[in-house]
Design a protein around this ligand. Structure first.
Ligand code: NAD
Length: 348
């Protein structure tokens, strides 16, 4: 049995990753499309076997309510539109899979959670990394203390983004700059790997003066996080430097390195372990798995078996609260305590 999805937004991610991923899905199928571009939608519908009656404009979005083939809606719109389309989708009686970042503010995230709860529908945030085998292995290594206790993690996710006319450079549609877009991977992955929540953050934000890309949103954020176990982490994200997407976990008797860590394919995992006076370095060979197929099938399974998604709305809200504290730290020039952040166990 496969869950039927409506895809909302036919941009880069939908066309190049999500639609092809249905081919690798076992429990999910695409049955409807929502787009502002009828011509593009017709082509895509023909290519993926979606019925023309199941193609909707944004104005007709609420009519998804009457389409019994659609059980779930996957929202792949600019960040600033996630809240509205999640809330309306839940009100139309559908389960919601929403792209990251969940929304532009913690307040919006809470409204999305409340709307799905009220409608009795499931809400999952599309954190593909948490459904991917390389990262799962690292999480197990850490949780089994394969290299002893973790002391510190460094994570970077940055790229040189151009095209200042794109929505990613507009505050209202993007919410922020590099932090909510790509820096979020460092934050969310570290929380996933450690299974605990930061209690304090320090952040710095910088944008190159007069660079037309950074009139509304920030270029670069560097931040530190402190965790209850004593782990300290250091992260960097930017829209202004050459691609760099990796992390390194430093533990008592070894280290774990993933480089690259955050692309769709080609992840490389390496570990080093003390062997007497020598270091044994191992390159782990793990095949690629389609991250979007894994994520969609997980959500489908949760719907079919009435289970709570591994990355529910609360997971997106948590990241949003932490990102807001990072910005606050940068603006106020002081560390920010995160007393208000829920414990991960509270929603897992
Ligand atoms: P995109 O610009 O390629 O696509 C956005 C789509 O939204 C386009 O089809 C556009 O026409 C449509 N749209 C509707 N109303 C719009 C408006 N008012 N302004 C601009 N566009 C509008 O973006 P994308 O890269 O596909 O990103 C979409 C979402 O997916 C974002 O939330 C992004 O953060 C997320 N994303 C996630 C990953 C991941 O790996 N999980 C990767 C890329 C993007």
């Amino acid at each position: 049995q496969r869950i039927g999805y409506a895809l909302v937004g036919l941009g880069h991610l939908t066309l190049n990753q999500i639609l092809p991923a249905f081919g690798a899905c076992k429990k999910s199928k695409v049955v409807a499309l929502v787009s502002g571009s009828p011509e593009k939608m017709q082509k895509v519908a023909a290519q993926y076997g979606v019925r023309i009656e199941s193609c909707y404009s944004y104005a007709d979005y609420d009519k998804l309510r009457d389409n019994k083939e659609v059980q779930a809606i996957y929202i792949v719109l600019p960040n600033g539109m996630h809240a509205e389309y999640t809330i309306r989708g839940a009100q139309a009686g559908k389960h919601i899979l929403c792209e990251k970042p969940m929304a532009n503010s913690a307040q919006e995230c809470q409204l999305m959670i409340d709307a799905c709860q009220k409608a009795g529908r499931k809400l999952m945030i599309a954190y593909r990394i948490q459904y991917e085998p390389h990262h799962r292995i690292v999480r197990e290594m850490i949780q089994k203390e394969q290299f002893g206790k973790v002391k510190s993690i460094m994570a970077n996710n940055g790229q040189n983004s151009d095209n200042p006319d794109h929505w990613r450079f507009k505050k209202a549609l993007a919410g922020g700059g590099s932090l909510p877009d790509v820096g979020l991977y460092c934050l969310n992955t570290i929380r996933y790997l450690l299974g605990e929540e930061p209690t304090e953050v320090v952040g710095y934000v910088h944008s190159t003066p007069n660079d037309p890309r950074f009139k509304e949103i920030e270029e670069q954020v560097n931040w530190l996080m402190k965790f209850p176990s004593g782990v300290q982490t250091s992260c960097a994200t930017s829209y202004g430097h050459h691609d760099d997407k990796n992390y390194k976990v430093l533990a008592d008797t070894g280290w774990i390195k993933m480089d690259p860590a955050f692309p769709y394919t080609g992840l490389q995992l390496e570990t080093s372990q003390a062997q007497g006076k020598e270091n044994q370095v191992i390159q782990h060979k793990i095949g690629d798995q389609d991250q979007f197929a894994a994520e969609m099938d997980h959500f489908s399974e949760c719907i079919l078996e009435n289970k709570r998604p591994f990355t529910p709305g609360e997971e997106g809200l948590q990241d949003q609260k932490i990102m807001e504290a990072i910005y606050q730290s940068a603006w106020e020039g002081r560390p920010i305590k995160l007393a208000g952040v829920d414990k991960k166990d509270a929603f897992r």
